[in-house]
Design a protein around this ligand. Structure first.
Ligand SMILES: O=c1ccn([C@@H]2O[C@H](COP(=O)(O)OP(=O)(O)O[C@H]3O[C@H](CO)[C@@H](O)[C@H](O)[C@H]3O)[C@@H](O)[C@H]2O)c(=O)[nH]1
Ligand SMILES: [Mn+2]
Length: 740
């Protein structure tokens, strides 16, 4: 097979950056400062006899500082050893073009109102159009909404693909989501030998797309399928039996059958297989959210196409690089290292970010700093979308050195059954009862019972001996939608932080479950995310107690003239300066960094706080996991404010009450502190409260948009008055308690 000269050349390479003196210097400086802060805290610990409360407030601060120090250590571990991956796709095609493995692609959707069918099929079309032999691609849509609107859109997509795929190849279209492409692309000027023809083709495809979009949107708005459309496909009859979204039989329709010689595009080329699946749902059976959907897809696809590699994307994550499959295959097929690869994770990137990213959704630090570090420490975690899995590792197999994947054999396995008999067999595989007394959701497939099914599943795969790979190509692989309101973002982080923390306190805790199975460094890297939620308590302590104690007249930090102030000042300065440098290096702006600091505070005091308590309650057996789906659409005025980077409050939520209370509390304390400063006539340097008042001032600066939302704004995105009243009351109460 192939050219023997090339055989020893790897299909991918790994690069480690050379000395990273700035990082080492930074880490050393911080360590020294921490050391001195701890000495200070121990040496000057107030005696029992001192003013009431000073001692415990001091100890509390000390404990919080110990936590921050530990958590900082985790951030340093993940930064210690980053690696970067590069692929050689030309070598792959030279050696293996004729025997590339099949790929099963899973797209998950749940709700046609917050995940519009047009968006879903754009994702579907983008992955159907990968630059890869079409007969080796099989696209499965899991519709947890069981919606005929989505099914209708899929039917339209299956027809449109017959012109879209040849068009993509001919015009080398990028990205291959029609919506994203036509939004930005200009008609070709001089492309082919015949520019007029090319332009005509281009315009007619664009028109076809727009007509289709129009039809789908009209139907979606209408909310039901008209009689004429109903007649177009027998699949619609299935909905006669559907009682509700939560109560229906399995609906499975093979919309394009790759094995059917008649399933060809307008140029006679084969098409990928396209399958619509709405697994059975019954009120008495728990459906296990996305994990349940994925597991149904794994079983169904095994029967229909049984590809050795599975790609999964969320319905909003379209492919923006048609070569991503080839990139991923380079890792799996590499002769030297490929056999140990369990999954290849691409980063989550977003197309709807604004310049200064008001809600800090870009995840840039994760994408460019933390994940390369994760990879260096033993392999990134699985983040639920943009991930290529080896079917075997996802289905629970252990890695063993002796096993070599025989790609030829995989290609020879052919499913002979007819499509109609397959459809029936597969319906059983997607039923509610087929998982009873099996390992599905435990050792097989994605794990159940955790709101972040992805992270725990990836961890389990790594603990079974597989390696994971992080691949962040220059040209982004997948683009999705980030939340567009503050509440959406906070709720998403509540699910993530709470879900991650549940993993930490479960028997899958990386230090326990991963003991001797994955490197210690990887266990620590996981903890960086799994312990997000635990940051809430020390942070809440740090943003309330020093301010309240200043109001009370009790100092907790050294005064500015005291040399002990140095380690505090340095640690704050160096730590933040490094963070700013890193942020800008990752492509952010200064304002973006400032917004990121705000979101850091907001997430820790609200999302993580609720996530933390949810996990504790769950541990005590009081609540069941839920999965709040992130909306992918928003009202016009909300969207406008998002684009203008004006913070969106608008609805009342306990999260907002916390944020507003903290903002007001610090404002009140600041006024009190200022008054004391003026009345005492102390100079700034000898005032024992200067650090506390500075901290308070900083919090006020960070919270400026909250005050605006509370008192100054008039638009519908302002803070609701019920939240304002509650927050004023709580903040006053806290201050009164501090004063008495
Ligand atoms: O019952 C459900 C719930 C969700 N989904 C799908 O899961 C995906 C992710 O949901 P979304 O609301 O967009 O969540 P995000 O917070 O954006 O998702 C991130 O976090 C999740 C874990 O919390 C991962 O599953 C996702 O892949 C990851 O992108 C979407 O395609 C949904 O349609 C289902 O199929 N069934
Ligand atoms: Mn999402």
């Amino acid at each position: 097979m192939g050219n023997t000269d090339h055989r020893h050349l790897p299909l991918f390479e790994t690069k480690t950056p050379k000395t990273r003196i700035h990082f080492q210097l930074y880490a050393l400086l911080i360590l020294v400062c921490i050391f001195f802060i701890f000495i200070y805290r121990l040496r000057y610990i107030p005696a029992r006899s001192e003013e009431a409360g000073r001692r415990w407030a001091w100890v509390g601060l000390f404990v919080s500082e110990i936590w921050f120090c530990f958590y900082w250590f985790l951030t340093a571990v993940i930064r210690g050893n980053p690696i970067y991956r590069y692929t050689f796709k030309d070598r792959l095609s030279l050696r293996y073009e004729s025997c590339l493995p099949g790929i099963d692609i899973f797209v998950c959707t749940t709700d046609p109102t917050i995940e519009p069918p047009v968006m879903v099929i754009n994702t579907v079309l983008s992955v159907m159009a990968f630059d890869y032999p079409p007969e080796k691609l099989n696209v499965y849509l899991s519709d947890d909404g069981g919606s005929d609107l989505t099914f209708y859109a899929m039917l339209e997509a299956s027809r449109f693909s017959k012109i879209w795929l040849p068009f993509c190849k001919k015009f080398k279209v990028e990205p291959r989501s029609p919506d994203a492409y036509f939004r930005s692309a200009k008609p070709p000027v001089l492309q082919e030998d015949d520019p007029v023809m090319a332009k005509d083709v281009w315009s007619s495809v664009k028109k076809s797309y727009e007509d289709m979009k129009q039809r789908i949107e009209t139907t979606t708005k209408l909310g039901r399928i008209s009689e004429e459309i109903r007649k177009e496909h027998r699949g619609f009859r299935e909905w006669n039996l559907v009682a509700s979204q939560r109560d229906h039989q399995t609906i499975l329709q093979v919309l394009l059958d790759g094995k059917d010689p008649k399933a060809v595009d307008i140029e006679g080329q084969p098409l990928p297989t396209l399958v619509y699946l709405a697994r059975e749902k019954r009120p008495q059976h728990h459906h296990n959210f996305k994990a349940g959907a994925m597991n149904a897809l794994i079983r169904v696809s095994k029967r229909i196409s049984n590809s050795p590699i599975i790609l999964n994307v969320d319905c909003d994550m379209y492919s923006s690089n048609s070569e991503s499959v080839r990139d991923a295959v380079c890792f799996f097929m590499d002769e030297e290292r490929g056999d140990e690869v369990g999954f290849v994770q691409f980063p989550q990137t977003f197309e709807n970010l604004t310049k200064n990213d008001a809600y800090s959704s870009s995840l840039n630090i994760g994408r460019m700093v933390e994940f390369p570090g994760f990879d260096g420490d033993g392999g990134p975690c699985y983040i639920g979308t943009g991930c290529f899995h080896r079917r075997e590792s996802l289905c629970g197999q252990k890695y063993s050195k002796e096993r070599k994947t025989d790609w030829e054999r995989w290609n020879k396995i052919k499913v002979e059954e007819s499509t109609s008999s397959l459809e029936n067999a597969c319906k059983v595989l997607a039923s509610c009862t087929c998982e009873n007394n099996t390992q599905w959701g435990k050792e097989k497939g994605l794990k159940y019972g955790y709101p972040v099914e992805d992270v725990i599943t990836g961890l389990a795969i790594q603990c079974r001996g597989w390696r994971s790979i992080y691949f962040n190509p220059e040209k982004k692989g997948f683009l999705g939608l980030a939340p567009t309101t503050l509440l959406q973002s906070l709720v998403q982080h509540k699910r993530w932080s709470g879900g991650d923390f549940q993993i930490f306190v479960s028997r899958y805790c990386p230090f326990v479950h991963g003991y001797k199975k994955i490197p210690l460094k990887l266990q620590l890297s996981y903890s960086l995310y799994l312990l997000w939620a635990a940051n809430c308590l020390p942070t809440l302590y740090y943003v309330t107690v020093p301010s309240l104690f200043m109001l009370r007249g009790i100092s907790l930090f050294p005064e500015v003239s005291n040399p002990w102030v140095l380690p505090f000042a340095l640690v704050i300065f160096v730590h933040r300066a490094y963070s700013l440098g890193e942020f800008v290096w990752c492509g952010g702006t200064f304002q973006g960094w400032w917004n990121d600091q705000r979101m850091w505070l907001f997430k820790r005091t609200s999302s993580y706080f609720f996530g933390f308590f949810d996990s504790i309650l769950k541990l005590l057996g009081h609540t069941k996991s839920a999965f709040a789906i992130t909306a992918k659409v928003a009202e016009d005025d909300v969207l406008q404010r998002y684009e203008q980077e004006v913070m969106e409050f608008g609805t009342s939520s306990p999260m907002f009450t916390i944020l507003a209370t903290l903002a007001l509390l610090n404002a009140f304390c600041f006024i009190g502190g200022l008054k004391r400063l003026i009345m005492d006539m102390k100079t700034w340097v000898s005032d024992p409260f200067s650090l506390q008042i500075l901290l308070c001032a900083l919090l006020i600066l960070i919270n400026l948009p909250v005050y605006q939302g509370l008192f100054l704004r008039k638009d519908s995105g302002r803070m609701p008055s019920s939240v304002t009243t509650q927050a004023v009351m709580f903040a006053l109460l806290a201050c009164a308690l501090a004063l008495c």
